[in-house]
Design a protein around this ligand. Structure first.
Ligand SMILES: [Zn+2]
Length: 280
């Protein structure tokens, strides 16, 4: 093998095997403190979930701009306000980026802005004025198992149910990282008021578990980059939730069972809230 060929071969194989870097991006303000993720290749970037308030969307945009790379796409894991509402600002700053989410997301985003923007504004710094007025309606549909690319590397989408019936997770094989949206939480009691199909939710968490991720970016977590062990914890929590609901389907009982078993987990108000908005 001549020297030039060898150098070329090494250079090419580094390009092919180049790992994507995933940054767990934490918002600074409540009430929900959602996390986003920045997936970075050598020259391209993908962003997963785009924050709820205008101020947090702008902070995330500022951090992405300072990387000086091309934003190729923006992916929203599910149509809850704390994950998609900042999208319109990303469209202004990254006009060439494609916007993706799962089937039915555009319609659901319109519904969420109409019905939940004002109630959620109450806990947001700056109130409803800090929440986008217009729902985005330009998301392209990505199907289950579809692959998006960053610098030629795969980023896989698994669709199913999480805390919203139209949910998904993102698998970045080269970084052994799952970006879990609101399918896997980290030591936080999950919202479960939007559907009753806990079995389908468990199925999607099991698909994450099969990948044996080293890191899971959870959208609701007190810390950044929790280890893959939170996948098993979420599975157990969901099984415990299903069991308690089967025994006595009231928020008081379910809350007492789950907080007994998970006394240090955050958001224990979510049981009453979930039952309050539950679609019968
Ligand atoms: Zn969320």
């Amino acid at each position: 093998m001549n020297k030039l060929f060898l150098v070329g071969f090494v250079f090419l194989s580094t390009l092919v095997n180049a790992q994507l870097k995933v940054t767990d991006w934490m918002s600074k303000t409540g009430p929900l403190f959602p996390h986003s993720a920045i997936i970075e290749g050598d020259t391209e970037i993908g962003i997963v979930d785009v924050q709820q308030s205008k101020s947090e969307a702008l902070r995330l945009i500022a951090d992405v701009l300072e990387k000086g790379k091309e934003v190729k796409w923006i992916y929203v894991t599910h149509p809850h306000l704390d994950h998609f509402a900042g999208a319109n600002y990303f469209k202004i700053f990254f006009p060439k980026a494609k916007f993706y989410s799962i089937q039915g997301a555009n319609e659901e985003m319109t519904y969420q802005v109409k019905t939940r923007r004002l109630p959620l504004g109450q806990g947001t710094p700056g109130g409803a004025n800090n929440l986008p007025e217009e729902a985005p309606n330009y998301f392209l549909t990505v199907k289950d198992n579809e692959i998006l690319k960053i610098n030629g590397q795969n980023v896989e989408i698994f669709a199913g149910k999480g805390d919203h019936p139209l949910s998904s997770i993102v698998w970045v094989p080269s970084a052994k990282t799952i970006i879990a949206g609101d399918v896997i939480f980290n030591q936080i009691h999950a919202f479960f008021g939007d559907h009753n199909d806990i079995d389908a939710w468990i199925k999607l968490v099991e698909r994450a578990n099969e990948k044996k991720p080293e890191v899971v970016v959870a959208a609701h977590s007190k810390t950044a980059n929790p280890s893959g062990t939170i996948v098993e914890e979420q599975l157990q929590w969901l099984k415990d939730l299903k069991k308690a609901m089967g025994e006595n389907d009231t928020w008081q009982y379910v809350k007492s069972e789950l907080t007994k078993k998970y006394p240090t987990w955050g958001n224990d108000f979510i049981f009453e809230f979930s039952y309050g908005v539950r679609k019968k």
